[in-house]
Design a protein around this ligand. Structure first.
Ligand SMILES: [Zn+2]
Ligand SMILES: [Zn+2]
Length: 368
């Protein structure tokens, strides 16, 4: 066990050679073993953030699968304290607690119109493993490894992120703030930005993991009637306690709904959700499943249904995250009830618990 002072000193720059940090280096099917890595110096509008908490999102697991045998540092729901500023970093101060959202360029048409989730450079910035110019941000044993995941790679004690992706969260506890960077943003955004049900209307949420549960709570905070279909009993009980009607599956009797949200990506769930919509109803899709889906186009057309895809809740993080924090502070959005914390090196147990339904949203604490 190292002291706080030794840990702080880890993140001081060493002459010209970046900063030494601990990272979860993942390979194959494992999400990581703790190793020392060297974080590059902050360039331009980048900042160094000392990670206090980082959520585990389904996309981390999908990315691990996709990367095959490549070593990588994943993690994309980081929250922590700004420790150093690059020469062009604006709008942040050393000492600010920030949540780090996905990366976006800020210059393309979607970014300029307030929809950075559809950034033209999203694939490079979030999934290439490097900066936009191709330079690596993380090295292990002197060799570059896949980093900059979602502009962060926050399964680590410190990360480089662009200032425009960092949203100050004040004194919100880091384990509650971290999932606002992706999972909670996606779920709450799908309801408040995309579907926009009105009070008294009825929303069906298929799947109540971190995304679905945040969606359900956001809808309840608007006075919307919510039906949740979720196999895990504890998740049903949690959302029922806040006023949702909770069923184990879509095979149970469910009254017609005006809106639906699918977080599962499963074709049979999507088809069933569509069948439950009232005429002119809307279904939003946020789960990534098979690329293709059989669709009854005739029924869709004749009933005037809308089918809407959505990434990161169609949110502008700098605007939407403060709005979610305001609702949380006003006791409208009890997101803290969704979170269970684990030490950083307990990542495999956290994933297993999340899969088994023992944990709704697992958040790792690098300092625990
Ligand atoms: Zn862009
Ligand atoms: Zn995510």
């Amino acid at each position: 066990m190292r002291t706080e002072k030794e840990q702080t000193e880890d993140h001081r720059p060493r002459s010209g050679a970046g900063t030494t940090v601990s990272v979860l280096l993942s390979r194959g099917t494992t999400l990581g073993e703790l190793v020392e890595a060297e974080l590059d110096e902050p360039r331009d509008d980048e900042v160094v953030v000392r990670v206090e908490a980082v959520g585990i999102c389904h996309t981390d697991l999908l990315a691990r699968k996709r990367l095959g045998s490549r070593t990588a540092v994943l993690g994309h729901e980081g929250c922590g304290i700004v420790e150093r500023l690059g020469p062009g970093a604006e709008g942040l101060s050393v000492g600010d607690r920030v949540v780090i959202a996905f990366a976006s360029c800020g210059e393309c048409a979607p970014c300029r119109s307030g929809f950075p989730g559809y950034c033209a450079r999203s694939t490079v910035l979030n999934g290439s493993g490097r900066r936009q110019d191709g330079s690596p941000t993380l090295r292990v044993g002197g060799e570059p490894v896949f980093g900059s995941f979602f502009g962060q790679s926050s399964f680590a004690t410190a990360v480089l992120a662009r200032a425009r992706s960092c949203v100050p969260v004040g004194d919100l506890p880091p384990e509650v703030a971290a999932p606002l960077g992706c999972g909670f943003l996606t779920g709450a955004g799908a309801v408040l930005n995309v579907l926009r049900p009105r009070p008294g209307q009825r929303l069906l949420v298929a799947g109540a993991g971190g995304v679905g549960a945040a969606a359900a709570l956001a809808a309840l905070s608007e006075g919307v009637e919510v039906v949740v279909a979720e196999p895990v009993e504890a998740r049903r009980a949690l959302l029922a306690a806040y006023g949702a009607t909770a069923v184990a599956s879509l095979d149970e009797p469910i009254p017609p709904v005006t809106h639906a949200l699918d977080t599962t990506g499963r074709p049979e769930v999507i088809a069933r959700a569509l069948s439950l919509l009232r005429p002119r109803g809307a279904l939003a899709l946020v789960g990534l499943g098979p690329a293709e889906l059989p669709l009854d186009v005739r029924s869709l057309t004749m009933r005037g249904l809308r089918l809407i895809g959505s990434v990161e809740g169609d949110a502008e993080p700098g605007v939407f995250i403060p709005e979610l924090i305001r609702r949380h502070r006003d006791d409208l959005l009890p997101l803290d009830r969704l979170v269970t914390t684990y030490p950083l090196d307990a990542v495999e147990r956290a994933v297993a618990d999340q899969r088994a339904g023992l944990t709704l949203k697992a958040v790792l604490l690098p300092r625990a």
